[in-house]
Design a protein around this ligand. Structure first.
Ligand code: NAD
Length: 252
């Protein structure tokens, strides 16, 4: 099975890392279903992919809402065909000291980042089982590897994503499905710039770049290249893996 004409769902595909992943998978010949809350941004990404000759469907999805995920899955299958590649990139960043966190805020972040990954995966895995082939790539975070202050809800949600990845790699390995995760370091996206604007990055993006062994922050395309590899046939013997793409911020 080659990448040509495979169908990939990319959650969070309207922006940043997810948008670059859409482009990389489309360049490899996949048709793409973009699932995001941001309809206007999805339309822009879709035009870019269609210009590459790919078929694209955009669905307004809240990954934490099972009904909207199920409706989008039906739309993707009916328009493009069975989905055998899933990239869970939708997520929200959040900050807050432990003693300031409300139950509501804790649950909001866990619900989108972790429960959303669970729901999208559970809804689409039957297509992969039927094909006896599948690729699931979850976008986690390097903050789970280093720890990070004032982000316990975010870090816990992403650590959950890594645990989920490992458990599913074992559970689904015999069905031709690999499950891996990419924990980005600091990547230049609207999410990172928003954090910088709110004062969440002491010294700003420049300070992070200066501390990093490769002396720059990441670009969405750096993450997308790793994801495209994990989604390819060439990566069929890699599963349960954490592929750190962080310019040397952390060695796992
Ligand atoms: N940028 C970084 O430095 C960085 C670092 C570590 C991890 N990450 C992770 O990478 C992923 C992508 O982040 P990004 O930097 O590209 O951010 P981004 O904000 O540019 O893109 C995130 C996208 O997810 C969508 N989204 C948010 N909540 C959603 C929901 N409930 N349902 C559907 N879509 C939803 C947003 O609309 C947006 O289009 C996230 O999971 C993030 O936690 C990013």
């Amino acid at each position: 099975m080659t990448s040509q004409n495979k169908v990939a769902v990319v959650t969070g595909g309207a922006s940043g890392i997810g948008a670059a992943i859409c482009r990389a998978l489309a360049e490899d010949g996949m048709d793409i279903a973009i699932w995001d809350l941001n309809e206007a941004a999805m339309t822009n990404v879709a035009a870019d992919l269609e210009a590459l000759g790919r078929r694209v469907v955009c669905s307004k999805v809240n990954v934490a809402d099972r009904a909207s995920v199920e409706a989008a899955a039906e739309q993707a299958r009916n328009t493009l065909g069975p989905v055998t590649v899933l990239v869970n990139s939708a997520g929200v960043h959040a900050t807050g000291a432990l003693l300031d966190l409300s139950d509501e805020e804790w649950n909001r972040v866990i619900n989108i980042n972790l429960n959303g990954t669970f729901i999208c995966t559970q809804v689409l895995v039957p297509d992969m089982v039927a094909a006896n082939w599948g690729r699931i790539i979850n976008i986690s975070s390097s903050s789970t590897q280093t720890g990070s202050p004032n982000m316990s809800h975010y870090v816990a949600s992403k650590a959950g994503v890594i645990g989920f990845t490992k458990a599913l790699a074992v559970e689904l390995g015999g069905k031709g499905i690999t499950v891996n995760n990419v924990p980005p370091g600091s990547v230049d996206t609207p999410m990172l710039r928003d954090l910088e604007a709110k004062g969440g990055l002491p010294g700003g993006v420049e300070a992070i770049a200066a501390r990093n062994p490769v002396k720059r922050i990441g670009q969405p395309e750096d993450m997308a290249a790793a994801v495209a590899f994990l989604a390819s046939d060439k990566a069929g013997y890699i599963t349960g893996h954490t592929l750190s793409v962080n310019g040397g911020r952390y060695f796992n």
